[in-house]
Design a protein around this ligand. Structure first.
Ligand code: GLY
Length: 402
């Protein structure tokens, strides 16, 4: 029997794989996605902050450019996705963000961030503690100051994922609900994958977009394996009863004793609290310590949180890369592309990733905005040197915060 063929085969059906598939199918190529649970993965855990400005870190100025470009594309992306999915709303909310400080150390940290944002030409406004509480009355009386960032918004990643699944289906993307076990290399070119049931799928080009698992597909030559590792994030979901609404009107975040905590209020009453950042390999256990620390820090910021029903606790795996930035585009193996390593910015980078991957897959050219993120920047880095020693997953298997 001849293997089933497509022009482009995407390994991984999380948001990055799905957006790559949808945008590429829109340009007329025959596209297939391989994933046992399309729409699963890190986006099911992620809070969905579009936080290019408040999540700016030293040394990530190049990444900032891509983050800002993707944030700029979001409104149009959401409108196009709504149409392509048959009218699905993804909870895009232009609510802005308030980053606050609880003590002198936090305030010094936030002042540094403000200075970095100003040097980078970003818009943010320093507020006193009183001004912060005027904006968000549920904030603790001890809040000493904050940064108002009106351009950092949010989207609901679960609804985003559902809309991408629908858009893929409606654009003719074929979905194979299976694990990809091995890359097929023929005449020194990526030529498809073998599934866990032995089925071979042939393709003109293969995209490895399997999040933190992207470095674990069998058959990929060492020199092109992406150096991604799993970075665990525990996230809580609470609900705001109508009597308490509006509890918060925008995303509120802080660094408490060195740990990041954020509270993301949805229009439907959900309040997402995240996230831990743990280098523990493939572990997705929700721990009492993780939940305790998130609630303790969130309670210091917003004491009323302890009144709210806790509806869900979950952990996911961010696909971390050595420079915290994604790997986009062709590898040294002809026919094999990467769309992975999005680390803390997977949801934010979804629009630009879809556009970049569709362009490179249809034209062979990596667009200008993505050149700094080509996989070649890591040379022959291999995940064996970067993944946690706790790694024991034999191949691609469930994962999933970005
Ligand atoms: N971008 C939020 C997180 O990774 O926790």
């Amino acid at each position: 029997m001849h293997p089933r063929t497509s022009d482009v085969l995407v390994v991984g059906g999380g948001i990055i794989g799905l957006v790559t598939a949808w945008r590429t199918a829109q340009r007329g190529l025959r596209v297939a996605v391989v994933d046992p649970e399309p729409g699963g993965g890190a986006a099911q855990v992620a809070a969905g902050m579009l936080a290019a400005v408040t999540e700016l870190h030293y040394g990530e100025e190049t990444l900032l450019g891509l983050n800002l470009e993707s944030a700029r594309r979001y409104p149009r992306f959401v409108a196009e996705l709504r149409e392509a999915s048959g009218g699905m709303d993804v909870g895009h909310r232009s609510c802005g963000t308030l980053a606050v400080a609880l003590d002198a150390d936090d305030r010094a940290h936030l002042r540094e961030l403000h200075a970095l944002q100003q040097r980078s030409g970003l818009e943010s406004q320093w507020l006193t503690g009183r001004e912060c509480r005027r904006l968000e009355p549920m904030l603790a009386p001890g809040v000493r100051g904050g940064l108002r960032v009106d351009g950092d918004h949010q989207v609901d990643p679960r609804r985003l994922t559902a809309a991408l699944v629908a858009a893929c289906e409606r654009s003719g993307v074929t979905v194979h609900r299976a694990w990809a076990e091995r890359l097929v290399v023929s005449r020194e070119r990526a030529a498809g994958v073998v599934l866990d049931d032995g089925t071979e799928l042939a393709a003109g080009q293969v995209v490895l977009a399997a999040g933190s698992l992207s470095g674990r597909l069998g058959g990929v030559p060492d020199e092109v394996l992406p150096p991604v590792r799993p970075v665990k994030g525990q996230v809580l979901r609470l609900s705001v009863p109508p009597a308490y609404a509006p509890f918060l009107s925008r995303t509120v975040r802080a660094v408490v004793r060195g740990s990041h905590v954020y509270l993301v209020p949805r229009e439907n009453g959900e309040l997402v609290v995240g996230a831990t950042s743990e280098e523990l390999g493939w572990d997705t256990t929700v721990t009492a310590g993780g939940v305790y620390e998130l609630l303790r820090d969130a309670h210091e910021l917003v004491p009323g949180i302890t009144e709210l029903p806790l509806t869900e606790t979950r952990a996911g795996l961010r696909p971390g890369s050595p420079d915290n930035a994604p790997l986009l585009g062709p590898t040294a193996l002809p026919g094999l592309h990467l769309a992975t390593g999005h680390y803390r910015n997977g949801v934010l980078l979804t629009p630009v990733t879809g556009d970049v991957m569709a362009t490179v897959l249809t034209t062979g050219e990596l667009p200008e905005e993505a050149r700094a993120f080509a996989p070649a920047r890591f040379g022959s880095a291999s995940p064996a040197t970067s993944a946690s020693p706790a790694s024991s997953s034999p191949s691609l298997s469930p994962a999933g915060v970005s």
